[in-house]
Design a protein around this ligand. Structure first.
Ligand code: AMP
Length: 567
């Protein structure tokens, strides 16, 4: 049986070296067995000095800061690339991309080719954490350049394997087989605490580092007291997909509340006296960009201490909900907030309550949470809702939601607890149908049976700001043989250029694409790609200008980003 090395080679070392964490990460990469992965991580964390444990736990899952911490590194793949090229000065850096599949590998190769060994003195975890803090503290003019300089300074002292680990952390994409769910399970096993308690604490505290600290330093008892805290965002409860209203209804007839699913952005509202902070679904602090909502919360609620949840939507002069794109324009805007405020007014609709006064509501039934919300929401509207007695009533409400142009319905169990970060069965979402309408921008010639056909399609979404088509995935699934043949002829007729088996075409053909999810991918220019994409239909009724936008896709990506923590 293998066991993880101690920090810096020795359990008693004062500060853990980055080298030991990078070495662990390399070993994880080469390990297939889930149990073995859990043991490697658990043993490693247990042996660390207490002060290094939170940092190591976070970095292992690519989090330079706790999830609920507003600080962000804000380093793009391009910045990382410039930093490593500055350090390694490769002759032909771009050529490398045909041999590697991610930034981690690329950095590893570049540093190895430049003959980098570990620096002296070696990088320690605390130093890495401090450098990340300094990078996040850069704002305004020259900030990007300064972040790049700080990153390059670390890379200049890193071995190839340390550089690779840093690159993965910076981009938040570890690819070593241990995600947050597994990290938490490893902590539970190694510290002898119930996995359920560990998972819940991670959701509520928004910090795997703090969870690791509590587990190893304080033990199981510490977890009974873990509860949401004001001004510390917690992971929002997620919804499972319902396929039909009837099916959802039949699973819990008469025990559901139905709410409009508004097409906006989720916010967590934290309020204590005059202090208000708003957090996004991904736990970013968005208070500064939403001053009108802050003012509403301050002036209209009938409570002085609360943690509430709701959806922010853009409205027109008559108070009607506007398309999501309008909201995005406002929501992202950090500068010139005032003029944007006039152009795109926002409204908050509340739908849940987790703290009110000195009382905690997380573990109370939704019906009770809603009741309290009704008594404190004051002038802030609640989402339109109904508690149907019969299916026909539910169906009428569904029709009402669709007719009003909403995204669908949320179906909530009246007796359901609030489960932070979990896609439980307490909430179901029922959406109007749809995949993504994308444009074919290139196609590869197929092999074997598909020889001679253009059968692997490069799919792109439209950038609504520039009108460009941005690649977001590829697929060879979904068409019949006949359709492949016809599509080949069609694409060859609009060919622009050909290169190594790939034909680039005018962006004219729109296809409806179904997919399993959108994943982060440094290989695509917008950093995300469709997984398991397949063509559901060729949409000749749609012009490329009507294709779905990269902005819409980003929103879908952000919405699904808070992954469920299931082992
Ligand atoms: P999805 O993003 O498709 O997983 O759907 C869940 C999201 O719907 C939540 O994160 C909210 O942003 C949004 N939403 C809109 N209306 C509601 C509602 N009434 N209750 C809960 N979430 C809602």
């Amino acid at each position: 049986m293998e066991s993880a090395p101690g920090p810096a080679g020795s359990p008693s070392a004062a500060s853990t070296s980055l080298a030991s964490l990078a070495e662990l990460s390399d070993r994880l990469e080469g390990t297939k067995s889930r149990l073995h992965l859990l043991r490697l991580v658990g043993d490693f964390l247990r042996e660390l000095p207490a002060a290094d444990r939170p940092v190591a736990a976070r970095l292992l899952v690519g989090q330079p800061f706790p999830e609920g911490d507003p600080r962000r590194l804000d380093v793009s793949g391009a910045t990382l690339w410039r930093a490593v090229c500055e350090v390694a000065a490769p002759a032909a850096p771009e050529a490398l991309w045909s041999q590697v599949s991610d930034f981690g590998q690329a950095v590893d190769r570049l540093l190895a080719e430049a003959g980098r060994g570990p620096g002296a003195p070696g990088l320690g975890l605390q130093e890495v954490a401090r450098t990340f803090e300094a990078m996040a503290a850069q704002h305004g003019r020259g900030a990007r350049r300064e972040r790049e300089r700080l990153l390059a300074r670390m890379l200049a002292r890193a071995s190839p394997s340390e550089g690779k680990f840093l690159a993965k952390c910076v981009l938040g994409d570890m690819r070593h087989g241990v995600n947050q769910g597994m990290l938490l399970e490893a902590i539970a096993r190694a510290a002898g605490v119930a996995p359920e308690a560990i998972r819940r604490a991670a959701m509520v505290l928004g910090d795997v580092g703090e969870v690791a600290h509590l587990a190893f330093e304080k033990g199981a008892n510490a977890f009974t007291a873990v509860a949401p805290r004001l001004f510390h965002p917690l992971q929002p409860m997620l919804a499972q997909m319902a396929h039909t209203l009837e099916e959802a209804w039949n699973a819990a007839p008469g025990r559901l509340a139905l709410e409009f699913k508004l097409d906006g952005a989720r916010v967590q509202v934290h309020l204590e006296r005059d202090e208000v902070r708003l957090f996004s679904r991904r736990l970013h602090d968005v208070t500064e960009s939403l001053p009108d909502i802050v003012a509403d919360v301050r002036g209209s609620l009938k409570t002085r201490r609360a943690l509430l949840e709701g959806e922010v939507v853009a409205v027109d002069a008559w108070g009607r909900i506007r398309p999501f794109q309008d909201l995005l324009r406002r929501y992202r805007r950090m500068h010139r907030v005032e003029s944007a405020q006039r152009q795109v007014p926002l409204r908050l609709f509340l739908f849940d309550l987790l703290i009110e006064g000195d009382e905690l509501f997380v573990d109370r039934p939704y019906a009770e949470r809603w009741q309290r919300l009704e008594s404190v929401h004051g002038g802030i509207p609640l989402v339109p809702r109904c508690v149907p007695q019969v299916l026909a009533e539910a169906e009428a409400f569904w029709q009402e939601a669709l007719a009003a142009g909403h995204e669908g319905l949320m179906l909530k169990r009246l007796d359901g607890r609030y489960t932070p970060g979990i896609r439980g069965s307490g909430w179901l979402k029922l959406k109007r149908a749809g995949g993504l309408d994308l444009v074919i921008v290139a196609a590869d010639y197929g092999y074997g049976r598909r020889h001679g056909w253009l059968s692997n399609y490069h799919l792109a979404a439209r950038d609504e700001e520039t009108g460009e088509f941005r690649p977001v995935g590829k697929t060879f699934r979904g068409l019949t043989d006949d359709e492949f043949r016809r599509m080949t002829a069609r694409l060859l007729a609009i060919r622009r250029r050909e290169e190594g088996g790939t034909v680039w075409v005018d962006p004219r053909v729109v296809v409806e694409v179904q997919y399993s999810d959108i994943q982060k991918s440094p290989l695509y220019p917008d950093g995300m790609a469709l997984r398991f994409a397949r063509i559901a239909q060729i949409r000749d009724d749609k012009a490329p200008e009507e294709a779905d936008t990269i902005q819409h896709m980003r929103r879908l990506f952000e919405r699904q980003a808070a992954a469920p923590l299931r082992p």
